[in-house]
Design a protein around this ligand. Structure first.
Ligand SMILES: NC(=O)C1=CN([C@@H]2O[C@H](COP(=O)(O)OP(=O)(O)OC[C@H]3O[C@@H](n4cnc5c(N)ncnc54)[C@H](O)[C@@H]3O)[C@@H](O)[C@H]2O)C=CC1
Ligand SMILES: O=C(O)[C@H]1O[C@H](OP(=O)(O)OP(=O)(O)OC[C@H]2O[C@@H](n3ccc(=O)[nH]c3=O)[C@H](O)[C@@H]2O)[C@H](O)[C@@H](O)[C@@H]1O
Length: 453
């Protein structure tokens, strides 16, 4: 990177799934970015112009970014040669469900000497998801004590979380619905707003507010979206009991009302992954800390857990114990290998506990599943091998690869009159022979119609 070129001077600490994409987005639009990472494997790959993580569009974006993107392990240099530091390190959940700030605090300790020595106004911008109250009660007093400097006099502080989903990180970053800026003062807020205005491709809402309101907003939005998912899943469980009912017809119509919206309203497996489940638990812990109770949140989580129980009930009703059950899809959503909180993994555990023989297939997640199950289950990359001689096949993750399978061949490979369960109704328009087809969210008459289609 040529120092002194135009653009704002930005350092990004933590070049993981979110941080690397963020650094590359800013650099690709001409900002001078210094990325700091402590994982030496990542640093080595990046210095060799390789992306160490798998994210759609990242290699191409890095090609545009390299001229403005420097990679280092030296946080001191990065802070000295930038005007704003974005902190995007993990905030794992503690056993009480609260996010821990220990990695952020470690970064604050590391950048403090450089901030202390600077005679310019430096902005510290936390992007990681944190518990409400963290900025005012912990981070700002901590920085003041480490640097001897006064917030809003000699440094600015911001909380500026992203609303992006894995697999679409770059697209979401460049085209957000909103940019959320919690800031200690207007100078800090204006700086960050300008940084986004000169980077992103659309004109989103800029929601500028106090730090604590931004912290609450981040968690609230994720909890609201999961509430929509659980609403759809509860509706799906009701539709299943009603002759002729079809969850998709209902949710698609409900979603056309602009007060509701169609996104995240598909009845299906429910939410999983590294963000939504833990955000709900953290929101409950936050409410309880302030003497309140997140009553809706508790139900959202309970309904989410119930999806696997609904599937297990159908398995127990229709497949005798010791029968072979094949699970198609293990990752928490298509396009990723991540199995954190995945309902497929929970289902496989319950099947094993109930004495079924379990075979797993997934385009990307098998190596990660082996760490969970060892030799207790069978693994088949080829879905046709996975379903052979199965008394039950359950489609869990909605990988497009599964829709494209030859389903006549699948049903021939399965035992005669075996159970085929479809969590996302991917096969509802297909002609299926010799199987008991059961789709979550479809009432009984609807299922019969499909069988004789
Ligand atoms: N991944 C996502 O799509 C989203 C993540 N978030 C939040 O962003 C934060 C980061 O998440 P991810 O990027 O997924 O985590 P990640 O684990 O993929 O990346 C974090 C990176 O920070 C590095 N790191 C930790 N301490 C460091 C230090 N002192 N100096 C330099 N590097 C350091 C780690 O080595 C790692 O590469 C979390 O709070 C997460 O909840 C929020 C929205 C979306
Ligand atoms: O705070 C975070 O870290 C991020 O968490 C989620 O991102 P992510 O977990 O990557 O994935 P999503 O694509 O949103 O999917 C989450 C889960 O919801 C499920 N889902 C989604 C949509 C739906 O209608 N139903 C449903 O069950 C998916 O199957 C998946 O398990 C949010 O979508 C991001 O806005 C947020 O920034």
């Amino acid at each position: 990177m040529k120092r002194g070129s135009c653009g704002m001077r930005v350092s990004v600490v933590g070049l993981g799934k979110l941080g690397l994409c963020t650094a590359a987005c800013f650099a690709s639009k001409g900002h001078q970015v210094i990325g700091v990472e402590k994982n030496l494997e990542y640093v080595h790959a990046l210095k060799n112009k390789q992306a160490p993580i798998d994210e759609e569009g990242l290699p191409e974006l890095l090609e545009q970014a390299w001229g403005n993107l420097e990679i280092t392990t030296d946080i001191n240099i990065a802070t000295l040669h930038s005007d704003i530091t974005l902190i995007i390190v993990p905030t794992p959940s503690d056993s009480d469900g609260r996010f821990t700030n220990r990695f952020i605090n470690a970064v604050l300790e590391e950048i403090a000497p450089a901030i202390r020595s600077k005679d310019t106004y430096h902005i510290i911008n936390v992007v990681s998801t944190v518990m409400p109250g963290s900025s005012d009660q912990q981070f700002i007093p901590f920085i003041e004590s480490l640097t001897g400097k006064q917030v809003n006099e000699e440094f600015g502080f911001a909380y500026n979380p992203e609303f992006i989903a894995l697999g679409t990180v770059i697209k979401n970053f460049m085209n957000p619905d909103m940019v959320l800026i919690g800031a200690s003062d207007s100078r800090t807020a204006d700086f960050i707003k300008h940084l986004y205005e000169t980077t992103i491709d659309n004109q989103p809402h800029y929601n500028v507010m106090t730090l604590v309101n931004a912290e609450i907003t981040k968690l609230s939005l994720n909890c609201y979206v999961t509430m929509k998912i659980s609403f759809a899943n509860e509706l799906a469980s009701i539709c299943e009991r009603v002759n002729g009912a079809d969850i998709d017809v209902v949710t698609q119509a409900v979603g056309t009302d602009s007060r509701v919206g169609r996104k995240y309203l598909s009845g299906g497996l429910g939410f999983a992954g590294p963000c939504f489940p833990r955000d709900n638990i953290a929101f409950q812990a936050f409410a309880e800390e302030f003497g309140s109770e997140a009553r809706i949140g508790k139900q959202v989580v309970a309904i989410n857990h119930n999806v696997v129980d609904r599937i297990m009930n159908i398995v127990r009703e229709r497949i005798s114990p010791r029968g072979k059950v094949s699970i198609l899809g293990l990752s928490y959503k298509p396009g990723t290998h991540i199995i954190e909180e995945s309902q497929s993994i929970q289902l496989a555990k319950k099947l094993l506990d109930s004495g079924y023989k379990v075979v797993l297939s997934d385009p990307k997640a098998l190596p990660f599943a082996t760490k969970v199950f060892g030799e207790a289950v069978e693994y088949k990359l080829n879905p046709y091998e996975c379903v052979a001689e199965a008394a039950g096949v359950i489609i869990m993750t909605n990988w497009p690869e599964f829709t494209q399978l030859d389903w006549n061949r699948v049903s021939e490979l399965m035992l005669t009159d075996a159970v085929l369960m479809d969590s996302w109704r991917m096969l509802k328009d297909k002609q299926l022979k010799n199987v008991q087809y059961i789709a979550l969210g479809l009432g009984r008459i609807e299922q019969e119609k499909l069988k004789t289609y």
